[in-house]
Design a binder for this molecule. Structure first.
Ligand SMILES: [Fe+2]
Length: 375
């Protein structure tokens, strides 16, 4: 080898285009699925030695560079080995019942019981185990996490998975693992809910947010003093949201109901993806997207992303949080109902008809405007 790194035959030694996260996944030996819209309940899992249960990695095509998802699948009566890692994770329970036991920085254990549609986040690097509480049912959880970002930035698995450092400033407040929380200020004069554990997203009370859509409701969650973001939105029966766009990495997971979303790049054709409970998609960078409830029950969806309301992380996230419900005509990132393509409303009416559901958009505005008629 010469002083310039060339081998004796003249070739330059060394590796290029290395992705330490993908290399690590390869070593872990779990399935990796990648698509634009994925049914998380249908993803095949394999034994994951590190976890002590079954798992898979889920890579959404619009996920950006900072986060991805893991499926954790616990057979009846199974428990994971103790886990701890220097990356953040927000867990959502797709099915099953169980317990999480987590240690605080003084070594004291806290436990809480999760069930279908629970959401929880643990303090960074806190040791924890997950137990499936049923002897008959499997339990399936999905985690949105920044393992990819941390592995790519630090390139040292021992630092990430075998690190005793205690992040005391992220310790959970009393009651936060018991489903209690605090109403805290959010941007735009709105409020957020700070906690570590929400037992059931389907019954959690939301705040109305009509500026984002007819009868729409929402809640932002601040969890585990983390940079990972989570929020939940609801669309009532017979309604849809306004179109909007933003940077990549919002992972939208359907909690209740069914419907579809439209996606389009500026000036290009609409693409439609149908979804139901347990499906996830991540709108790609700056793609316009709009969500529609076509079923007989309210749609609730959980959105996870990197960059929370408290710690937006990127300048882009900070800006979108300030202009998320402002019309594109006023420099924002939203298309008002009166400015949308009339085909959008017609498609919605056709779908409702097929499902025998009544359109309720007329309760919020003059429906003729949605059909492109002058009023
Ligand atoms: Fe969005």
């Amino acid at each position: 080898m010469s002083e310039h790194g060339a081998s004796e035959n003249g070739a330059i030694e060394g590796r290029v285009l290395v992705d330490p996260y993908l290399d690590w996944l390869d070593q872990e030996g779990i399935p990796v699925v990648e698509d634009f819209c994925i049914d998380l309940n249908a993803v095949a899992t394999k034994p994951w030695q590190r976890l002590g249960a079954d798992g898979a990695a889920v890579h959404m095509l619009g996920r950006g560079d900072f986060i991805s998802m893991f499926i954790l699948d616990l057979p009846p009566g199974a428990k994971t080995g103790q886990q701890r890692h220097v990356y953040e994770e927000v867990f959502y329970v797709l099915s099953g019942h169980g317990t999480c036991v987590v240690e605080d920085t003084t070594g004291r254990s806290h436990s809480f019981e999760w069930g279908p549609k629970s959401l929880f986040a643990l303090p960074l690097n806190a040791p924890y185990r997950l137990f499936n509480g049923s002897g008959r049912e499997r339990a399936r959880l999905v985690s949105t996490n920044n393992a990819c970002m941390m592995l790519k930035a630090l390139r040292n698995q021992r630092f990430i998975f075998d690190n005793p450092f205690a992040f005391g400033e992220r310790e959970a407040k009393a009651g936060y693992f018991a489903g209690e929380g605090s109403v805290v200020p959010n941007h735009g004069g709105r409020t957020a809910w700070e906690t570590n554990f929400i037992p059931d997203l389907a019954s959690f009370k939301l705040n109305s947010w009509n500026a984002r859509g007819a009868g729409s409701a929402n809640m932002v969650f601040i969890m585990a003093e983390g940079t990972m973001h989570a929020h939940m939105s609801e669309m009532g029966v017979g309604t849809y949201k306004k179109a909007h766009r933003h940077g990549p990495d919002f992972h939208v997971c359907i909690v209740t109901g069914r419907g579809y979303s439209l996606f389009w790049q500026e000036g290009e054709e609409l693409k439609r993806y149908d979804w139901h409970e347990g499906c996830v998609f991540a709108p790609t960078n700056m793609i316009w997207h709009q969500h529609f409830n076509t079923g007989g029950e309210p749609v609730r969806y959980l959105a996870t992303a990197y960059g929370s309301s408290r710690y937006p992380f990127s300048d882009e996230k900070r800006r979108i949080k300030l202009g998320v419900d402002v019309s594109v005509k006023k420099g924002g990132a939203q298309i008002e109902y009166t400015d949308q393509d009339p085909r959008v409303h017609r498609m919605f009416l056709d779908e409702l008809k097929k499902n025998g559901v009544k359109c309720r958009m007329g309760e919020f505005l003059d429906e003729r405007m949605l059909l492109g008629e002058r009023v």
